[in-house]
Design a protein around this ligand. Structure first.
Ligand code: URA
Length: 242
Protein backbone atom coordinates (compact mmCIF):
# COMPACT_ATOMS: atom_id res chain seq x y z
CA UNK A 1 0.00 0.00 0.00
CA UNK A 2 1.23 3.51 -0.76
CA UNK A 3 2.58 5.27 2.32
CA UNK A 4 0.32 8.31 1.74
CA UNK A 5 -2.77 6.09 1.59
CA UNK A 6 -1.74 4.20 4.73
CA UNK A 7 -1.17 7.39 6.73
CA UNK A 8 -4.39 8.98 5.48
CA UNK A 9 -6.29 5.79 6.38
CA UNK A 10 -5.02 5.78 9.94
CA UNK A 11 -6.02 9.38 10.49
CA UNK A 12 -3.15 11.68 9.51
CA UNK A 13 -5.44 13.84 7.39
CA UNK A 14 -5.90 14.04 3.63
CA UNK A 15 -3.34 12.76 1.15
CA UNK A 16 -2.28 16.41 0.74
CA UNK A 17 -1.71 16.78 4.50
CA UNK A 18 0.24 13.54 4.51
CA UNK A 19 2.42 14.67 1.62
CA UNK A 20 3.39 17.77 3.60
CA UNK A 21 4.11 15.68 6.68
CA UNK A 22 6.28 13.25 4.70
CA UNK A 23 8.42 16.15 3.47
CA UNK A 24 9.38 16.95 7.06
CA UNK A 25 11.07 13.56 7.42
CA UNK A 26 9.10 12.32 10.43
CA UNK A 27 7.96 9.09 8.75
CA UNK A 28 10.18 6.00 8.73
CA UNK A 29 9.80 2.43 7.49
CA UNK A 30 12.19 -0.01 9.18
CA UNK A 31 14.25 2.95 10.32
CA UNK A 32 14.59 4.60 6.91
CA UNK A 33 13.09 8.03 6.35
CA UNK A 34 10.38 8.04 3.66
CA UNK A 35 9.63 11.31 1.94
CA UNK A 36 8.10 10.09 -1.32
CA UNK A 37 4.30 9.60 -0.99
CA UNK A 38 4.37 7.01 -3.80
CA UNK A 39 6.59 4.55 -1.92
CA UNK A 40 4.82 1.27 -1.10
CA UNK A 41 5.03 -0.22 2.39
CA UNK A 42 3.58 -3.35 3.95
CA UNK A 43 2.29 -2.37 7.42
CA UNK A 44 2.03 -6.07 8.43
CA UNK A 45 5.70 -6.72 7.78
CA UNK A 46 7.39 -3.35 8.08
CA UNK A 47 7.84 -1.19 11.15
CA UNK A 48 6.29 2.11 10.03
CA UNK A 49 6.58 5.04 12.45
CA UNK A 50 5.57 8.69 12.63
CA UNK A 51 7.75 10.68 15.04
CA UNK A 52 8.92 7.34 16.41
CA UNK A 53 5.41 6.05 17.10
CA UNK A 54 4.43 2.81 15.45
CA UNK A 55 1.50 2.83 13.04
CA UNK A 56 -1.05 0.14 13.85
CA UNK A 57 -2.92 -0.58 10.66
CA UNK A 58 -5.98 -2.81 10.50
CA UNK A 59 -7.78 -3.27 7.24
CA UNK A 60 -11.04 -4.23 8.88
CA UNK A 61 -12.72 -3.02 12.02
CA UNK A 62 -15.58 -4.83 13.78
CA UNK A 63 -17.48 -2.98 16.49
CA UNK A 64 -20.43 -3.71 18.75
CA UNK A 65 -22.31 -0.67 20.04
CA UNK A 66 -25.11 -0.20 22.55
CA UNK A 67 -26.92 2.35 20.40
CA UNK A 68 -28.73 5.15 22.20
CA UNK A 69 -32.04 6.53 20.96
CA UNK A 70 -31.70 9.76 18.98
CA UNK A 71 -28.99 8.62 16.56
CA UNK A 72 -29.46 7.54 12.96
CA UNK A 73 -28.04 4.20 11.82
CA UNK A 74 -26.26 5.87 8.92
CA UNK A 75 -22.76 7.02 8.12
CA UNK A 76 -23.67 10.65 7.54
CA UNK A 77 -26.58 13.02 7.61
CA UNK A 78 -26.74 16.73 7.00
CA UNK A 79 -28.95 17.52 9.96
CA UNK A 80 -29.04 14.69 12.43
CA UNK A 81 -26.44 12.87 14.48
CA UNK A 82 -25.46 9.40 13.33
CA UNK A 83 -23.95 6.47 15.19
CA UNK A 84 -20.62 7.32 13.55
CA UNK A 85 -20.59 10.52 15.64
CA UNK A 86 -20.27 8.27 18.71
CA UNK A 87 -16.99 6.72 17.52
CA UNK A 88 -13.47 7.72 18.52
CA UNK A 89 -11.44 9.22 15.68
CA UNK A 90 -9.19 6.14 15.50
CA UNK A 91 -12.24 3.94 14.74
CA UNK A 92 -14.09 6.42 12.55
CA UNK A 93 -11.09 6.72 10.20
CA UNK A 94 -11.58 3.03 9.27
CA UNK A 95 -14.96 4.11 7.85
CA UNK A 96 -17.18 1.47 9.44
CA UNK A 97 -20.90 1.42 8.59
CA UNK A 98 -23.83 -0.05 10.48
CA UNK A 99 -24.74 -3.67 9.66
CA UNK A 100 -28.42 -3.11 8.95
CA UNK A 101 -30.47 -0.42 10.58
CA UNK A 102 -32.07 0.33 13.89
CA UNK A 103 -34.67 3.10 13.90
CA UNK A 104 -33.63 6.44 15.35
CA UNK A 105 -35.64 5.74 18.52
CA UNK A 106 -34.48 2.12 18.86
CA UNK A 107 -31.69 1.26 21.27
CA UNK A 108 -29.35 -1.65 21.68
CA UNK A 109 -27.05 -3.92 19.78
CA UNK A 110 -25.67 -2.48 16.58
CA UNK A 111 -22.73 -3.98 14.73
CA UNK A 112 -20.50 -1.70 12.69
CA UNK A 113 -17.81 -2.81 10.28
CA UNK A 114 -16.06 -1.87 7.06
CA UNK A 115 -16.07 -5.55 6.02
CA UNK A 116 -18.65 -5.43 3.23
CA UNK A 117 -18.55 -9.16 2.70
CA UNK A 118 -19.41 -10.04 6.30
CA UNK A 119 -22.09 -7.36 6.42
CA UNK A 120 -23.66 -8.68 3.22
CA UNK A 121 -23.55 -12.22 4.55
CA UNK A 122 -25.34 -11.22 7.76
CA UNK A 123 -28.02 -9.23 5.95
CA UNK A 124 -28.65 -11.33 2.84
CA UNK A 125 -32.25 -12.56 2.85
CA UNK A 126 -31.07 -16.15 2.42
CA UNK A 127 -28.85 -15.91 5.45
CA UNK A 128 -30.85 -13.57 7.60
CA UNK A 129 -29.63 -14.32 11.08
CA UNK A 130 -32.09 -14.19 14.00
CA UNK A 131 -32.39 -10.90 15.84
CA UNK A 132 -33.98 -10.63 19.25
CA UNK A 133 -35.56 -7.49 20.65
CA UNK A 134 -36.92 -6.48 24.02
CA UNK A 135 -39.96 -4.22 23.74
CA UNK A 136 -42.61 -2.55 25.81
CA UNK A 137 -46.02 -2.62 24.21
CA UNK A 138 -49.07 -0.48 24.78
CA UNK A 139 -51.83 -3.06 25.15
CA UNK A 140 -52.14 -6.52 26.54
CA UNK A 141 -50.06 -9.01 24.56
CA UNK A 142 -51.75 -12.41 24.58
CA UNK A 143 -51.30 -16.03 23.55
CA UNK A 144 -53.18 -15.27 20.31
CA UNK A 145 -50.42 -12.80 19.35
CA UNK A 146 -47.83 -15.54 19.86
CA UNK A 147 -49.82 -17.75 17.48
CA UNK A 148 -50.29 -14.94 14.94
CA UNK A 149 -46.58 -14.09 14.91
CA UNK A 150 -45.70 -17.78 14.58
CA UNK A 151 -47.90 -18.07 11.48
CA UNK A 152 -46.86 -14.69 10.04
CA UNK A 153 -48.82 -11.45 10.05
CA UNK A 154 -49.74 -9.15 7.18
CA UNK A 155 -48.05 -5.74 7.35
CA UNK A 156 -49.60 -2.49 6.11
CA UNK A 157 -48.06 -2.99 2.64
CA UNK A 158 -49.49 -6.51 2.27
CA UNK A 159 -46.20 -8.30 3.06
CA UNK A 160 -46.66 -11.41 5.18
CA UNK A 161 -43.88 -11.85 7.70
CA UNK A 162 -41.90 -15.05 8.20
CA UNK A 163 -42.50 -16.93 11.44
CA UNK A 164 -41.38 -14.98 14.48
CA UNK A 165 -40.96 -16.11 18.05
CA UNK A 166 -42.81 -14.00 20.62
CA UNK A 167 -42.29 -14.44 24.34
CA UNK A 168 -44.49 -12.56 26.80
CA UNK A 169 -42.55 -11.36 29.83
CA UNK A 170 -45.37 -9.37 31.47
CA UNK A 171 -48.87 -8.68 30.24
CA UNK A 172 -51.24 -5.87 31.23
CA UNK A 173 -52.19 -2.41 29.93
CA UNK A 174 -48.49 -2.23 29.19
CA UNK A 175 -46.75 -5.47 28.26
CA UNK A 176 -43.11 -6.42 27.97
CA UNK A 177 -41.93 -8.99 25.48
CA UNK A 178 -39.02 -10.60 23.67
CA UNK A 179 -39.41 -11.11 19.94
CA UNK A 180 -37.08 -12.92 17.57
CA UNK A 181 -37.32 -12.27 13.84
CA UNK A 182 -35.21 -13.48 10.94
CA UNK A 183 -35.94 -10.61 8.56
CA UNK A 184 -35.16 -6.93 8.45
CA UNK A 185 -38.12 -5.15 6.90
CA UNK A 186 -38.50 -1.44 7.54
CA UNK A 187 -39.91 -0.84 11.08
CA UNK A 188 -40.64 -4.55 11.16
CA UNK A 189 -41.32 -5.11 14.85
CA UNK A 190 -43.38 -1.93 15.17
CA UNK A 191 -45.44 -2.83 12.12
CA UNK A 192 -45.96 -6.40 13.30
CA UNK A 193 -47.48 -5.12 16.54
CA UNK A 194 -49.55 -2.58 14.61
CA UNK A 195 -50.97 -5.47 12.59
CA UNK A 196 -52.36 -6.96 15.83
CA UNK A 197 -53.66 -3.59 17.07
CA UNK A 198 -50.86 -2.75 19.52
CA UNK A 199 -48.13 -0.14 19.74
CA UNK A 200 -44.44 -0.54 20.48
CA UNK A 201 -43.48 2.18 22.95
CA UNK A 202 -39.86 1.13 23.51
CA UNK A 203 -37.60 -1.12 21.45
CA UNK A 204 -34.13 -2.45 22.11
CA UNK A 205 -32.19 -5.08 20.19
CA UNK A 206 -30.53 -7.53 22.55
CA UNK A 207 -28.96 -10.05 20.17
CA UNK A 208 -27.98 -10.60 16.59
CA UNK A 209 -27.10 -14.14 15.60
CA UNK A 210 -24.55 -15.44 18.08
CA UNK A 211 -23.73 -11.98 19.50
CA UNK A 212 -25.52 -10.85 22.64
CA UNK A 213 -25.58 -7.39 24.17
CA UNK A 214 -24.13 -7.35 27.67
CA UNK A 215 -25.51 -4.15 29.16
CA UNK A 216 -23.31 -4.39 32.27
CA UNK A 217 -20.28 -4.25 30.05
CA UNK A 218 -21.52 -1.80 27.41
CA UNK A 219 -23.52 1.10 28.74
CA UNK A 220 -25.80 2.97 26.41
CA UNK A 221 -23.73 4.88 23.84
CA UNK A 222 -20.62 2.77 24.45
CA UNK A 223 -18.96 0.42 22.02
CA UNK A 224 -16.01 -1.93 21.79
CA UNK A 225 -14.20 -4.03 19.22
CA UNK A 226 -15.52 -7.55 18.72
CA UNK A 227 -13.11 -10.28 19.78
CA UNK A 228 -11.58 -12.66 17.21
CA UNK A 229 -13.88 -15.41 18.56
CA UNK A 230 -16.97 -13.24 18.12
CA UNK A 231 -15.96 -12.37 14.54
CA UNK A 232 -15.49 -16.09 13.78
CA UNK A 233 -18.93 -16.85 15.26
CA UNK A 234 -20.47 -14.19 13.05
CA UNK A 235 -18.76 -15.55 9.96
CA UNK A 236 -20.37 -18.91 10.66
CA UNK A 237 -23.77 -17.57 11.77
CA UNK A 238 -26.51 -19.65 10.25
CA UNK A 239 -30.12 -18.77 9.45
CA UNK A 240 -32.65 -20.49 11.72
CA UNK A 241 -36.21 -21.70 11.14
CA UNK A 242 -38.60 -20.38 13.75
N1 URA B 1 -38.03 -3.25 14.07
C1 URA B 1 -38.42 -1.97 14.20
O1 URA B 1 -39.59 -1.66 14.12
N2 URA B 1 -37.47 -1.04 14.43
C2 URA B 1 -36.15 -1.34 14.56
O2 URA B 1 -35.34 -0.45 14.79
C3 URA B 1 -35.78 -2.68 14.42
C4 URA B 1 -36.73 -3.63 14.17
Amino acid sequence: MRIDKLLANVGYGSRKDVKKMLKTGVVKADGEVIKDPKIHVNPDEQHVTVNGEKIEYKEFVYLIMNKPAGYLSATEDELQETVIDLLEMEDAVCQPFPVGRLDKDTEGLLLLTNDGQLSHQLLSPKKHVPKTYYATILGSVKEEDIEAFKKGVELDDGYVTKPADLEILTSGNQSTIHITITEGKYHQVKRMFESVGKKVTYLKRISMGPIKLDEDELKIGEYRELTEDEIELLRHAQPIEL
